[in-house]
Write a protein that binds this ligand. Structure first.
Ligand code: ADP
Length: 258
């Protein structure tokens, strides 16, 4: 019998992620397009994953779509909530995970995970851009930094700037006035990181953090924020280069089980 392939498609608010597994649950390929729901992002993510794997859409046995835009996914056999998919994806990457912190483009979530990778309970902030990737995107634009440079800047800071506004619009004004006062960029970047980590750690504390703690979502690539969260929660926090793909990975795992 030939190999079978399973696709997970995570259509987020900001990015689209696609991942293909084979029937031994090996990751065949993955792709990310920097555009989310309602854009060409999902089609581009699927196209480049298929292309890279040398596969055609008819080679895929089952497709599970997840994420904010999952109900607009073309060609999906089933949709699943991103909560269950991030839980399952984090469990594949770290089998001992009990708590997942998922910070994406427009929300932040804390999940409690059962030993088998099932979701037990969760808590989320999707009401406000503070404490999400959107906050970082807005601030990095003001600082004229690429989103991937924000963490390295922050890690150089010995004296983080204080950013006290909870509202993203007011916090942006604070950043502008810090720039105008010649506060070093690294200190502003650190203040921005701390603003996100303090909001997210308050969310995680409401759920109660239990080891192992794993970060998923695009903001997991921000090492400074990961370190701040470790300090604020008093627990080690693991992450993976596949953190942003965790939802697509979980969706592909579900596709292989259905
Ligand atoms: P969604 O699923 O809601 O589209 P993602 O989990 O893909 O969100 O996360 C997107 C967010 O990740 C962006 O808003 C951005 O702030 C952050 N991000 C993306 N790439 C990086 C990077 N290289 N370093 C730090 N943060 C990043």
């Amino acid at each position: 019998m030939g190999n079978k392939y399973y696709m997970g498609l995570d259509i987020g608010s900001t990015t689209s992620k696609c991942l293909i597994l084979d029937n031994s649950r090996k990751i065949i390929t993955k792709s990310l397009a920097n555009a989310g729901t309602g854009t060409s992002g999902p089609d581009r993510a699927v196209g480049s994953a298929l292309n890279e794997a040398g596969l055609h859409s008819s080679d895929i046995s089952f497709v599970v779509a997840t994420g904010y835009g999952r109900n607009n996914a073309k060609g999906a056999d089933k949709t699943m909530s991103e909560l269950s998919c991030h839980a399952r994806g984090a469990h594949y990457l770290f089998p001992d995970v009990r708590t997942v912190i998922d910070i994406g483009g427009q929300d932040a979530k804390a999940l409690r995970i059962a030993p088998n990778g099932n979701l037990l309970e969760f808590i989320m902030n999707d009401k406000c851009a503070a404490g999400t990737g959107r906050f970082l995107d807005v601030m990095s634009r003001v600082l004229e930094l690429d989103i991937s440079e924000l963490s390295n800047e922050a890690l150089r800071s010995a004296s983080p700037a204080k950013i006290s506004s909870t509202c993203t619009v007011f916090a942006e004004s604070e950043v502008v006035s810090q720039l105008s006062a010649n506060t070093p960029i690294c200190d502003i970047a650190a203040g921005i990181g701390l603003s996100v980590s303090s909001r997210v750690s308050a969310l995680v504390k409401r759920l109660g953090a239990v080891s192992e703690v794993v970060m998923t979502g695009g903001v997991a690539a921000n090492e400074y924020i990961r370190q701040c969260l470790e300090r604020e929660l008093g627990l080690p926090i693991k992450t993976s280069p596949l953190a942003q793909l965790a939802g697509a990975l979980g969706a592909a795992i579900f596709a292989s089980e259905l």
